[in-house]
Design a protein around this ligand. Structure first.
Ligand code: F3S
Length: 649
């Protein structure tokens, strides 16, 4: 039986396990990337591992999420990141140089390599045949230290693209069609491999629009094979020598298959406030549009902005509408400026932003209340634009530019009929992507002498190996469905302390009980108790790290969200599942003692633990953990374990 593209790349990088769907595998990572909001902790964790130098082939640190330096904390973060990249041997991309996925695609992404990144849209370079996966920061730090990355072998789905895109339809419509069909949960535990004549017809930038937004399907990653189009893109980026031919075997066995005929696709749009709320543009035509933004890591390339520029050439945007172009990289900005397109767009009424995530996470260009904003981004969750009553639609640059001209949502084919002289701008790449590399600092150009830590950058706390005896107070009893946002709120005023764990910890669970952090820190150890689905939501590691810093030893819950449970192991907290009756009986303030010799029990694979409450009654807690998770827990967390392993080597 032949291999899929995914299996071929994984096979090349496999260090543990077998390529059986659902089995845990360990893979070697070639490249890592981090961005500014996750990178500070990644480097602090890397420092705590005690290594002198990055061990992967390549590491890159980007500054893209918070490039507007509101106060010294942002600037200190960026300076620390530059010093860490230089000290440990990573490339450093200065604030304003562009969004991590765009700059990585342009400069480093390479076919057949593995990439791990502490950002959910890391799979973007899948369009170049790189197997790229998003993960938590600690996994990135460990991979940078040369450790394997562990995942459950995903299902591999063949997305067979037939035909060719008709006029006015784009790669964005391909991924919107996937979201329309599969929903935002449709890709969980899956890797999508795009094949067929339709895939062959797409250029690399079009392919990366699709792989970028595979994240919205919940997919582990998305991949295209490589071909003349890949070679052509690499050559225009001056990296032709990095081309490797990669195709799935003809008799590759996929877990599932989806067929999309590109020639059937029409311009689509995701309505507020979910990326899978997709309809043909014509269905929502006529809605007044007050704001249009072209940009982001999905559609912020030269090839995305150029069609909008061509549509606006010699015209003016509607007086009701504001239009902003936020290029994904300075390379795109520079080439557009040199070719005169920036001036054309400015003359049409467009405002330009620096190359940053910015508006995508509500930093700048916040829409007016209860108004319609059309964006070429990948997410439109309620409130993400910076205002709760937003109405954000997601679409292609062509649909966005048409709305800017008309002042309302319009199918660009109808606008073309109405105006008579508006043509489909088509797709075009520059002969050479010859932007300057001035903002990309290579490891051998490092400018700092060691790490520079401003007052808001602390150390990462390390936990001792698991005690034989665990005992303490229930500091907080919570209901069902506590999210990571409840545990550590993601608001800007709190997240600015993400590199200062003692300060950030003061906000732990403050949305549930604002006395918790102080009580937990004063207490000697202790537990959290929760109902069903504890820790649902994002993969935020701070939601486990901060309780650990406050001295929490374990969490007793009726059930755990998968990623948060992994984070509890990673930071050395014992996650025990309890039944409904036990949950009902335990009260906040109760004294809990785990009767067993905990470290011995964890090491020996024991699944049931006896919990004694108030020295009065007993219940059972279940530990569902793999051998690897038990080793992590026993060592006091993944950082402590990895640090010890490196010392032993
Ligand atoms: Fe940035 Fe938005 Fe992409 S935050 S990385 S532009 S999803």
């Amino acid at each position: 039986m032949g291999q899929t593209l995914t299996e071929k790349i994984l096979d090349d990088h496999l260090v543990e396990g077998e390529l059986e769907t659902g089995e845990e595998i360990g893979i070697e990572i070639d490249q890592v990337l981090t961005q500014d909001t996750t990178g500070t902790l990644v480097w602090l964790q890397f420092e705590a591992l005690g290594l002198d130098e990055v061990q992967t082939e390549l590491a890159a640190q980007y500054c893209d999420h918070q490039t507007y330096q509101f106060d010294f904390k942002n600037t200190d973060d960026h300076r620390f990141l530059r010093s860490a990249a230089g000290t440990f041997g990573a490339h450093f991309s200065r604030p304003g140089n562009g969004i991590c996925h765009n700059v990585h695609k342009e400069n480093f992404a390479a076919p057949g390599k593995t990439l791990l990144g502490s950002d959910s849209h890391t799979p973007t370079p899948g369009g170049l045949g790189e197997l790229a996966i998003g993960s938590g920061g600690l996994d990135v730090a460990v991979a940078m230290g040369g450790g394997p990355y562990y995942i459950e072998m995903p299902e591999v789905v063949n997305v067979r693209l037939e035909g060719e895109l008709p006029e006015w339809s784009t790669a964005k419509d391909v991924i919107l069609e996937m979201l329309r069909r599969l929903s935002v949960k449709g890709g969980v535990g899956k890797i999508f491999e795009y094949t067929g004549p339709g895939a062959d017809s797409l250029s690399v930038p079009e392919r990366t629009t699709i792989t970028n937004m595979g994240t919205e399907l919940g997919a582990t990653s998305s991949l295209f094979g490589t071909d003349e189009k890949t070679k052509d893109y690499l050559s225009r980026q001056g990296r032709e020598d990095e081309y490797v031919e990669l195709t799935p075997d003809d008799d590759a066995a996929y877990d599932d298959e989806i067929v999309i005929d590109l020639s059937d696709l029409e311009p689509l749009i995701a309505c507020p406030s979910m990326p899978d709320n997709v309809v043909p543009v014509g269905e929502v035509a006529g809605e007044t549009v007050e704001q249009v933004i072209v940009g982001s890591c999905t559609n912020g390339g030269y090839e995305d902005i150029l069609p909008a520029a061509k549509m606006l050439e010699g015209r003016e945007i509607n007086k009701k509408t504001e239009m902003i172009v936020a290029p994904g990289s300075k390379q795109a900005s520079e080439i557009l400026a040199r070719e005169g397109w920036t001036a054309e767009m400015m003359a049409a009424g467009v405002n330009f932003s620096e190359a940053t995530c910015g508006a995508c996470i509500g930093i700048g260009h916040v829409p007016a209340s209860d108004s319609v904003s059309l964006r070429t981004f990948n997410r439109n969750f309620e409130g993400r634009s910076g205002i709760e009553d937003d109405n954000v639609y997601l679409c292609s640059p062509e649909v966005a530019a048409a709305a800017a001209l008309k002042g309302e949502i319009v199918d660009p084919r109808d606008l073309a009929d109405e105006l008579g002289d508006l043509e489909d701008p088509g797709f075009e790449m520059p002969d050479q992507y010859d932007g300057s590399k001035a903002d990309l600092i290579a490891p051998d150009e490092a400018v700092d002498d060691g790490l520079i830590k401003g007052p808001n950058i602390g150390d990462v706390p390390l936990k001792d190996p698991l005690d034989a005896h665990l005992e303490g107070e229930v500091h907080l009893k919570m209901d069902d469905n506590i999210t990571t946002d409840h545990i550590i709120p993601a608001t800007q005023d709190i997240l600015m302390y993400r590199s200062n764990i003692p300060k950030l910890s003061e906000f732990t669970l403050s949305r549930v009980d604002d006395t918790f952090a102080e009580r937990a820190l004063e207490g000697d150890g202790g537990f959290l108790v929760a109902g069903e689905n504890y820790g649902q939501g994002s993969s935020r590691e701070h939601a486990a790290l901060c309780p650990m810093y406050l001295g929490i030893e374990g969490v007793l819950a009726q059930s755990f969200a998968r990623i948060h449970k992994a984070n509890l192991f990673n930071f050395g907290l014992l996650p025990l599942t309890i039944d409904e009756e036990t949950y009902g009986k335990i009260e906040q303030g109760d004294d809990i003692e785990i009767v067993d010799d905990v470290s011995e029990a964890v090491d020996s694979g024991q699944e049931e633990f006896t919990i004694r409450v108030n020295d009065d009654w007993e219940a059972t807690g279940h530990l569902d953990a793999s051998e690897r998770e038990r080793r992590i827990l026993s060592a006091g967390g993944k950082l402590s374990l990895t640090r010890q392993q490196y010392k032993d080597e």
